[in-house]
Write a protein that binds this ligand. Structure first.
Ligand code: HEC
Length: 158
């Protein structure tokens, strides 16, 4: 072997090693890219994002405070939610509570709303609603006071 051949052979070996190294790097990089494409979450373990649990803020739509349904101002009593769900959709509950009627007039008002204002059929809830209204928002006392009874008259002296 001449000295020249020896040098040449060493150079070929170097190039060969370099190519092999490049090939290995290429395979590693390629494999990484492919697995990232298949599963993009694969790098998630490197990100330090913390999962912050956000507690839902609970707003109780139907909160009762001091015996009053806060959202509508209606008295908390039997039938409350049926009244809330059927009678506060179209107009304020004030319109309901400022009208103090007896059962007969309530039924007539409901019938009127059904005939002219698209109020739906209340079915068996109607009785519950009317009961609630008559019990909790009874008709106001009569405008004229009742006649006095049991009066203890006294004699006028001369
Ligand atoms: C589909 C819509 C709707 C629903 C539900 C509804 N109403 Fe009405 N109501 C109306 C309309 C419209 C009026 C007329 C409002 C106005 O005159 O400004 C009215 C008027 C009234 C009045 C006043 C009547 C008058 O003579 O002036 C009362 C009291 C009343 N509603 C009570 C109730 C009650 C109790 C319920 C539950 C059973 C109810 N409403 C459910 C639509 C509705």
């Amino acid at each position: 072997m001449t000295k020249k051949e020896d040098v040449f052979r060493k150079q070929v070996k170097k190039v060969h090693r370099l190519l092999a190294l490049l090939f290995v790097l290429f395979v590693i990089a390629g494999g990484g890219i492919i697995s990232y494409m298949v599963n993009p979450n694969i790098l998630d373990f490197m990100s330090k994002s913390e999962t912050v649990a956000i507690a839902p803020v609970e707003v109780d739509e139907d909160r009762i405070e001091n015996g009053i349904h806060v959202r509508t101002g209606l008295i908390d009593a039997e039938g409350l939610m049926i009244v809330v769900n059927n009678c506060t959709n179209c107009h304020s509950s004030k319109l309901v509570t400022q009208n103090r009627m007896n059962a007969e007039r309530w039924n007539a008002t409901i019938k009127w709303m059904q005939e002219t204002q698209n109020l739906w059929d209340l079915g068996r809830n109607q009785e519950v609603i009317v009961n609630y209204l008559v019990t909790n928002y009874p008709p106001k006392a009569k405008g004229r006071r009742a006649v006095l009874t049991d009066i203890d008259w006294y004699e006028l002296e001369d």
